[in-house]
Ligand binder design. Sequence first.
Ligand SMILES: N[C@@H](CCC(=O)N[C@@H](CS)C(=O)NCC(=O)O)C(=O)O
Length: 197
Amino acid sequence: MITLYGSKMSRAAVVIWAAEELGIELDIKPYNPRSPETQSEEYRKINPTGKVPTLVDGDFVLTESVAICVYLARKYGGGRLLGTTPEEEADILRWCFFGMTEIDAFAFQLLMETKFRPGEPSETFCNDCKGWLGSALNVLESALEGKQWLVGSEMTLADLVGIRCAGFILYVGLTLDDWPNIAAWVKRGAGRPAYPS
Ligand SMILES: N[C@@H](CCC(=O)N[C@@H](CS)C(=O)NCC(=O)O)C(=O)O
């Protein structure tokens, strides 16, 4: 049995979604971020960052949500969600990196600044984050013009990761009103039976 540490309220959600789409059964230990479980000495042996998710498949231990999804798709999913050509696969990874570094990272910083850091949030910092997010969302919005999914005609990992990242925007209290293609795409993803609600 493959074990996944991480609750669906964390970045483990995209792994749970990918596994469900691929028909892979996981033994999910729903550890929450910054919980006593993830801070334990035992957990830090498999993930020294103390963060979730972590996948354990026999002797193989893997962290980083996107890498875990790629591993599951490649090893147990027959390459599904990874496109049909090397070019498509590279493009899918491109969008995964884009989502994580250009959207998720700034949305996370905004969340920290507005909800978790002590003191008044810095207006300059928040505006910078919103600016960077806006630029990334504009790029994504154009890429989705006239398309259901980001790469090719089928849903791929680029969509799963991107939809989770774009959905994070809503969690931070922003809206997707200025990006209708992204809003429709997020809705499309959330409507999948495999989507972890
Ligand atoms: N890049 C990592 C990020 C992992 C991460 O930041 N996980 C959060 C939960 S979504 C966490 O466990 N945070 C705990 C902490 O910051 O101490 C991934 O995608 O797996």
